[in-house]
Every structure is written in C-alpha cells, then in structure tokens.
Design a protein around this ligand. Structure first.
Ligand code: NDP
Ligand code: KPL
Length: 308
C-alpha cells in the first residue's frame, strides 16, 4: 500500500488525511503528536471518527521509517520550507512533494530546490480546526494539480484520480502557475481589507470599502498583465479581475477570510505569500504599488503588535 504523509496536521492536512485514509496508508506529521482518534465533521454536519497515525517530526526522524510515496506539505506558506527541512533527511531525493499553500511563495522556492517532482495544488475546499482532534469540512470545491514547469503531468493525473476517488474532486492541469496567481489575486484583494477592518467578505460590497477594492484591483491587474497572467474567464484586464473579485465576494459573502481568522487568533498571516510576490513583481517591472505596500505595512504593524 502506498503511504502518504501530510506534513502540517492542520485543517487541510487533516481533511486530506481523513479523505485518503480508506484508500492508502496515511500519517499526519507535525511539531507534536496529536490524538490518533480524529473526528471529521462533514459539510452536512455528520461527525465521523477515524483513527489516523499522528507523529511528531522528531519522533519520525529517530525511527527512520519506510519512505512515503508522497509527502503533502500542508503548513501555512511561510512554514513550508522549515517543515520540509525537519524531515528531509528521511526522504529519498526522488520523493514527490505536493504543496497545498495559497499564494506564490513556497511553490517556486521548493520547486527550485527539491530534486524530485514538486506538484502544486490549489483548492477551494474549505476546512477549519476545532481542536487537536477535530476538523470541520466547511465547504466543498474543486482542486487543481500540476507542476510549475509541466514536467510531471502523469504524476498529477495519478494523484488527481486518487483524490477524486477519495471524494476530494481534483483535476490535473497544465496551467497551475496561472491558477495559483489567479487565486493569489483574489486573496490579495479580499484578505487584507477584511482582516484590517474585521469584516466578513460580503461587507466589501458596501460604500465604505468598495472604492478600496477597486484601488487594489487596479494595481494587481497591472502587475499580472506584466506577468502574462489573465483572469480565468470572461472579460480581460482590470475589468476581468474586478468581476472575478466581486464574484468571489458574492459567493463567500458570509465567510470570515483566512487572514482575518489568523489575526483574530493572533497568528502570523500569509501576507508574505500573497502580497509579497505581487510587491516583488511590481518592483521588478518598475510599477507603482503604493496601495499594496500600504496594506502590507498595516498588516505587518498589527502582526508585530501581537507577535512580539
Ligand atoms: N483551511 C482552508 O480551508 C484552506 C487552506 N488553504 C491553504 O492551505 C495551507 C494550510 O492551511 P490550513 O490547513 O488552514 O492551516 P492550519 O494553520 O490549520 O494548519 C497548518 C499546520 O501546519 C503545522 N505546522 C507549522 N509549522 C510546522 C512544521 N515546521 N512542521 C510540521 N507542521 C507544522 C501547524 O501546526 P502547529 O500547531 O505546530 O502550529 C498546523 O497544524 C495554507 O497555505 C492555506 O492558505 C487553501 C485553501 C483552503
Ligand atoms: C477566497 C477567500 C478570501 C474566501 O474567504 C479565501 O480564500 C480565504 O479566506 O483565504
């Protein structure tokens, strides 16, 4: 039986582990061990118990287990490289990695440095934790998988088929780079604004915030045009990005976005993986991005106030 390790036993890692456990051997690996009896609450509210192997990375390294077939890195973006380093000595260099992070920070860095295949996944599944032994699957949505250089289409197909069989619908794609940037664009507009103002996504439609949405979209659209990334469908350019953002705001009107949840829980946010790559690309192309820089600085200041 193939073995899948989920490195980062958070919401997405545990949701994946619950889904795959009936089909393959799974282990969730974290900085500490979790209870083996884990509960998944489905979107319909049904609670399902499952025993999952949970290991601390240190314990794993000491035991030198049989190498896995896949390692899914399911930490937040800024923690992915440190997590990988903590178990890298156990992995044959050809081990396929699957990166589940939002943003575009961990993906290019790990793709450049890891000798084996690196797949990236972007998912609209929604999940959150209820403690050390519980995860709520809040909403279903599609997942897309591919690698940044389109070198491993067969591996992406294989994994997408396995996930789909496990009730986690996934499709292998040849344009994961664009899809990651498209999701990043939406996250860059919605997440900072709702996090800074402490509001649910739908409130961005009101007069108090809609002008700020338009101002962020303007900068994001200019940067992505230089990067050759277009909106997924419909109209092009700034109008296309704005239409996409309003559509997501509408579809997720009642959501408390992940960056707001991180701030409320006094955790580091993913601003470095979402705003960071946009600001870096803007500077590379000689574009102004004062609005994005301002949002980044405001979030950084707030983070510093609760993290230091
Ligand atoms: N949740 C969701 O609905 C969605 C999430 N995503 C993306 O998926 C990624 C993961 O998000 P999510 O699951 O919500 O995040 P969580 O915060 O729930 O989980 C992250 C996990 O990583 C663990 N971790 C941190 N550092 C290490 C390390 N060095 N070694 C091992 N484990 C570590 C944390 O454990 P510890 O307790 O030790 O901190 C935690 O269990 C993010 O990039 C997010 O943007 C994408 C779509 C939807
Ligand atoms: C699309 C959005 C903003 C939905 O809440 C999201 O992905 C997040 O919360 O990070």
């Amino acid at each position: 039986m193939t073995t899948h390790w989920m490195l980062g036993p958070g919401a997405i890692g545990r949701l994946l582990a619950h889904s795959l456990a009936p089909f393959v051997e799974v282990a969730v690996i974290g900085r500490r061990e979790l209870p083996t009896r884990q509960v998944l609450t489905t979107p319909e509210g049904e609670a399902r118990d499952q025993y999952l192997t949970s290991l601390a990375a240190k314990q794993l390294v000491a035991n030198a287990p049989k190498p896995p077939a896949f390692v899914h890195i399911t930490t937040k973006a800024m923690a992915a490289e440190a997590a990988l380093s903590s178990i890298a000595s156990l992995l044959p260099p050809s081990t396929p990695l699957v990166l589940w992070q939002n943003g575009f920070y961990a993906q290019p860095r790990i793709t450049q440095t890891w000798p084996g295949p690196v797949l990236c996944a972007t998912t609209t599944q929604g999940a959150y934790l209820t403690g050390d032994d519980g995860v709520v699957h809040a909403g279903r949505g599609p997942t897309f998988i591919g690698d940044l250089d389109n070198q491993h289409p067969g591996l992406a197909e294989f994994l997408a088929a396995l996930l789909s069989e496990a009730g986690f619908p996934a499709t292998a794609v040849g344009d994961i780079r664009s899809r990651l940037w498209q999701k990043l664009a939406v996250n860059a507009v919605i997440n900072p604004l709702v996090a800074l103002h402490g509001v649910r996504n739908g409130e961005l439609r009101g007069d108090a915030y809609s002008g700020r949405v338009v101002a962020v979209v303007k900068e994001v659209a200019a940067i992505l045009a230089k990067e050759g990334v277009v909106p997924p469908s419909g109209s092009e350019g700034e109008a296309g990005w704005l239409a996409l953002v309003w559509q997501v705001v509408e579809n997720t009107a009642n959501n408390k976005a992940s960056m707001l949840q991180d701030m409320e829980a006094k955790r580091p946010t993913e601003r470095g993986a979402i705003l960071g790559p946009l600001i870096e690309r803007a500077e590379r192309h000689g574009l102004e991005c004062e609005v994005l820089k301002g949002l980044n600085a405001e979030i950084e200041a707030l983070e510093n106030s609760y993290l230091s």
